[in-house]
Design a protein around this ligand. Structure first.
Ligand code: FAD
Length: 380
């Protein structure tokens, strides 16, 4: 039986569009692709930040770029120079529009909007997916939807954040420095901080972020966010131009890919996110680039590659320490960013740590609690 497509991508979000836009660039060599996306249109709904290391992709889409970042608490402030690997931020609408322009130009790709995938099955080596009251078929599916979660696969910590973009009547922000973490007092079992990206002296994304054992809703974060807005803009008049809220699971159990290579799951919760930081945008870009090479070589697309054992172990110890000793969180991050070679911490957070980065990081951390957690790790 002839298939309708060579590839069906379920979900046209970050992972789905990242792959499709690269395939679109292949012109006539592009496989026949269907992208099936639930939303009816694309609006700005998230902001992706990352360090622009050498391997970073799509950096031309960045709205802003900071060569200094701040990590601090009430009595301590560390300003890190990251001139060589600036911290950057991409507005999702810039990404969506850039991807869609490429995709719409290539007639070999069909994007079905407003279609929520429900029923699908495999018959004679072809996947059949029900859309618009008919079935479309392809030998391989890339599923980017968040997987169904059971209570057994709870993460070690949740990163909950709620933010607003504000436009102020007069300049209040230092747009040369992005605030990565400015810790505020929290309850005894969570780490709270301000994350602030100043796009200009009058515009910024101000975000209330909590690392905790429970996912927090927008309303649970509202009071904290209000306080942080007031603290950041003082008495200056402002208007809110955009809102975002999300919860990233950090330290899910080891992601185990399915056994059928014709059905591949990718994205944030399918091995896409770096466990200890939740950073995923650049990891998705690297996966998409690898997927295109696989297709060019006539191979089926595979999922995200697994982190090395050392990185997985380090991530889980790091998160367990934060979970067990949240009151030490500010100290731990301030120590990390005070390291002489901040390249190590940037590579660690950005997903490219070398063994020597990991050793350097371990030596910068409070050894007592990390050794205790390391010992516990052997028995888990
Ligand atoms: C507000 C916000 C800020 C973030 N900030 C950062 C950041 O700074 N850095 C970073 O690295 N990461 C960040 N993330 C996390 C992560 O990068 C994003 O969540 C990213 O979009 C994940 O990509 P994805 O493809 O896995 O999921 P998505 O981009 O969410 O794509 C999944 C797609 O599947 C579609 N879908 C779902 N169900 C169906 C269905 N049944 N049928 C068809 N389609 C379906 C959805 O509509 C969606 O478009 C942020 C996330 C949010 C929400």
């Amino acid at each position: 039986m002839e298939s309708d497509y060579d590839l069906i991508i379920i979900g046209g979000g970050c992972a789905g569009l990242s792959l499709a836009m690269r395939l679109a660039e292949l012109g006539d060599q592009c496989p026949r692709v269907a992208i099936i996306e639930r939303r009816e249109n694309y609006v700005h709904d998230r902001t992706w930040s990352y360090w622009a290391t050498e391997s970073a992709q799509l950096t031309h889409l960045a709205k802003s770029d900071w060569k200094k970042v701040l990590v601090g608490a009430a009595d301590q402030r560390v300003v890190v120079d990251c001139d060589k690997t600036p911290y950057q931020s991409i507005h999702s609408d810039a990404f969506y529009q850039s991807a869609l322009r490429k995709i719409y130009k290539n007639k070999r790709i069909d994007l079905f909007l407003g279609e929520s995938v429900g029923v699908m099955h495999k018959k004679n080596n072809l996947w059949l997916v029900n859309i618009q009251n008919r079935f479309v078929s392809a030998p391989q599916i890339i599923d980017t939807r968040p997987p169904k979660r059971t209570s057994d696969d709870a993460p070690i910590l949740w990163q909950s954040f709620s933010g607003v973009e504000v436009k102020c009547g007069q300049g209040v922000f230092d747009d040369k420095i992005a605030t990565l973490m400015d810790f505020t007092a929290g309850t005894s079992d969570e780490i709270r901080f301000l994350y602030l990206l100043p796009y200009s002296p009058t515009c910024a994304l101000i975000e209330a972020t909590v690392f905790g054992k429970h996912a927090m809703s927008q309303s649970e974060l509202a009071a904290m966010l209000d306080g942080l807005i007031k603290k950041s803009v003082g008495s200056v008049a402002y208007e809110i131009t955009y809102r975002e809220h999300f919860v990233i699971p950090m330290g899910l159990g080891d992601y185990v890919p399915g056994s059928d290579p014709s059905y591949v799951t990718v994205g944030l919760e399918s091995g896409g996110a770096r466990a200890s930081t939740g950073y995923v945008f650049q990891r998705i870009q690297r996966w998409a680039e690898g997927a295109v090479s696989e297709i060019k070589n006539g191979k089926p697309v595979s999922g995200h590659s697994r982190d090395s054992w050392v990185v997985r172990k380090m991530d889980s110890i790091f998160l367990r320490v934060l979970e067990r000793y949240p009151e030490r969180g500010p100290e731990i991050f301030i120590r990390l960013f005070s390291m002489r070679d901040t390249g190590s911490v940037i590579r660690f957070m950005n997903d490219e740590p070398t063994l020597s980065d990991i050793l350097r990081i371990m030596s910068a951390l409070p050894s007592g609690i990390f050794i205790k957690e390391l010992m516990r790790g052997f028995f888990r």
